[in-house]
Write a protein that binds this ligand. Structure first.
Ligand code: HEM
Length: 168
């Protein structure tokens, strides 16, 4: 058995960064924002400023790691399917849609932790925009699951065959 250690490392980085992003958006949307709504204006502003100052480091790091591991994964996947085949077209189409959605999520996340006039405007409807981000993230994970299964399912089938072969 030979293991592709680079692929495993990239997968760890990609999945951990994705989990951090999704978990963070969920916590903000379903716990932080509703809880902050119950505070007086001054305290609420202080809480949001404090969270944003700390959370933006995590947002920048997660985006950087997702882009790095995602692009390396994609370039390593080139040639996985015969060029022009139905599988290759589907994989590339899924990747294209996923990348566009991911750039939407990254853009929105960066604006929401930033200090531009647009950021102030979007933050006035923070719950709506965090919900939009969450929906996009769920779509991205679903598309990624299909991409992943397109080439990992045959390995599982091969493993099952070899287990049958060695079974007494
Ligand atoms: C919010 C952003 C993102 C999320 C939540 C996300 C999530 C995921 C997940 C859950 C997987 C499946 C991992 C596995 O089963 O091994 C995956 C795989 C992958 N992602 Fe991402 N990803 C994001 C951004 C990106 C970006 C920006 C790129 C490229 C520019 C990218 C490229 C890939 C590639 C090529 C794979 C491998 C798919 C395969 O196994 O064939 N991802 N991603």
């Amino acid at each position: 058995m030979s293991l592709d250690y680079l692929a495993i490392g990239l997968r760890w980085i990609h999945i951990l960064s994705a989990a951090t992003t999704i978990g963070g958006v969920m916590l903000i949307r379903f716990a932080l924002l509703p809880a902050a709504d119950t505070l007086p204006d001054d305290a609420r502003r202080k809480l949001h400023d404090g969270v944003r100052a700390r959370w933006k480091m995590v947002v920048h790091a997660s985006i950087g790691l997702l882009l790095l591991s995602g692009f390396i994964n994609f370039f390593r996947s080139l040639g996985m399917f015969p060029s022009g085949s139905a599988e290759s077209k589907l994989y590339n189409a899924l990747f294209g849609v996923k990348a566009l959605l991911a750039f939407g999520v990254f853009g929105l996340a960066e604006v929401l932790v930033g200090s531009s006039p647009l950021a102030e405007k979007l933050r006035a409807k923070a719950k709506t925009w965090q919900t939009v981000n969450l929906v996009l993230l769920v779509l991205i994970v679903c598309l990624s699951g299909v991409m992943s299964r397109m080439h990992t399912a045959p390995n599982a089938a091969k493993a099952a065959v070899s287990t049958e072969t060695v079974a007494p």
